[in-house]
Ligand binder design. Structure first.
Ligand SMILES: [Cu+2]
Length: 160
């Protein structure tokens, strides 16, 4: 059976890397979370998602070991009260960075396995519809330093 040789070379071709890392079109800027008091079991992660490609993309999920559950959330006004709601996706369009911040879109960490301590990092995996999975290191910041941290010029680590 001389079909064996072509079949083998096809198999080798398929096992080659299916995608290259340099095609990544989503840049994750300054992922951070607020430190959590020991009595609080939920937290949230914030960051800016920048689409450097030409096509629209969406953040469709996130996961990590930091908490029992990780959800995408937004804040909505309901009967005059601000409430958090889980959402299925966060749109990330070219030229329109998606800003996740307190009081708005965020990645909800439900059931923290341990308190978030300022100065520590924890990993999260972001799942995009087109860009695929992107790992990030989330930096935990002090409660009161939110404003000054955003204005200061200290070098933040880059998420790759
Ligand atoms: Cu939330």
């Amino acid at each position: 059976m001389n079909i064996k040789l072509p079949a083998l070379s096809l198999l080798l071709a398929l096992s080659a890397p299916a995608f290259a890392a340099d095609t990544a079109t989503i840049k994750v800027d300054k992922p951070w979370a607020r430190e959590s008091p020991p009595t609080v079991t939920n937290g949230a992660a914030y960051m800016t998602l920048v689409n450097t490609g030409k096509e629209a993309d969406r953040l469709v999920g996130a996961s990590g070991e930091v908490s029992a559950t990780v959800e995408l959330h937004t804040h909505l006004m309901e009967d005059g009260v601000m409430k958090m709601r889980p959402i299925k996706a966060i749109e990330v369009n070219p030229g329109e960075p998606a800003v996740l911040r307190p009081g708005g879109l965020h990645i909800m960490l439900i059931g923290l396995k341990k308190p978030l301590m300022a100065g520590e990092n924890f990993p999260l995996r972001l799942r995009f519809e087109k860009a695929g999975e992107i790992p990030v290191e989330v930096k935990v910041r002090k409660m009161e330093s939110e404003d000054s941290a955003q204005q200061s010029h200290h070098p933040d680590h880059k998420a790759q």
